[in-house]
Design a binder for this molecule. Structure first.
Ligand SMILES: Nc1ncnc2c1ncn2[C@@H]1O[C@H](COP(=O)(O)OP(=O)(O)O)[C@@H](O)[C@H]1O
Ligand SMILES: O=C(O)[C@H](O)[C@@H](O)[C@H](O)[C@H](O)COP(=O)(O)O
Length: 207
């Protein structure tokens, strides 16, 4: 029978896993891949601020997209820089991480966000690329209500898309063909893996 002694009943101070960096999690992929649902899930699971990339577009961009006109590189630069600045601002306000949605279709767009970690060694940028076929995204955007981006824009998103390549080591790909719960689980595993590799174990100081 186990019996607690006076000494063993006093809880020993436990070691803690402390992250070495602050993290920008960008949830990427073409319209309809599930950026919003994955980002909301991760932000609420890890209690992090969440920035919805679509809400930072200038009105001119929204009007173009609502009229089925794809954005150009020129339309996107200032938006991408604004998203990066907003993410950095969230970290500067004390958050340990921030979740951001941004289609980041091309490598040069991802490079714009990567500048956040060149400017600050304490910041790591990670892209969670939600991968799906064009057919699946057509179906999902078609079924979505109340959004300016219609299914007619899915083709142009795939035309512009430069899927991340293996040398982009800050990108983790998640297959989104499954249901919400399985996609959320895959995204969670990716974040947990990164956080585990970033953690240092801190021993409590002895009194
Ligand atoms: N894993 C999933 N299974 C089924 N439907 C999904 C899944 N992920 C997203 N959806 C639906 O597909 C549509 C597009 O998702 P959304 O999160 O708005 O994508 P994005 O933000 O990338 O454009 C929404 O109607 C959403 O409810
Ligand atoms: O929810 C969506 O349908 C997408 O997020 C969509 O709104 C779009 O991807 C960008 O915000 C537009 O910018 P890009 O043309 O650069 O993807």
């Amino acid at each position: 029978m186990a019996s607690a002694t006076a000494a063993s009943s006093i809880a020993a101070p436990s070691s803690a896993a402390v992250p070495q960096h602050r993290h920008i999690w960008i949830i990427t992929g073409p319209a309809g891949c599930g950026k919003t649902s994955v980002a909301e899930y991760l932000a609420s699971t890890f209690t992090l601020p969440y920035l919805e990339g679509d809400s930072f577009h200038p009105q001119a961009n929204i009007e173009k997209m609502a009229n089925n006109i794809p954005l150009t590189d020129a339309d996107r630069w200032d938006w991408l820089i604004l998203l990066r600045d907003q993410a950095v601002a969230a970290l500067s306000s004390g958050a340990s991480g921030v979740v951001l949605t941004c289609s980041a279709l091309k490598r040069k767009y991802r490079d714009v966000i990567r500048v956040a970690s060149y400017n600050d060694n304490n910041v790591l940028v990670h892209f969670i690329y939600l991968s799906a076929t064009q057919e699946l995204l057509l179906q999902r955007v078609h079924g979505r209500v109340g959004h300016y981006m219609k299914d007619s824009m899915v083709k142009s998103q795939f035309d512009a898309l430069e899927p991340p390549t293996v040398d982009e080591r800050d990108v983790m790909s998640v297959d989104v063909s499954g249901d919400f719960a399985s996609v959320q689980q895959l995204a969670l595993e990716v974040v947990n893996q990164v956080m585990a590799s970033d953690a240092v174990i801190v021993q409590p100081t002895q009194a």
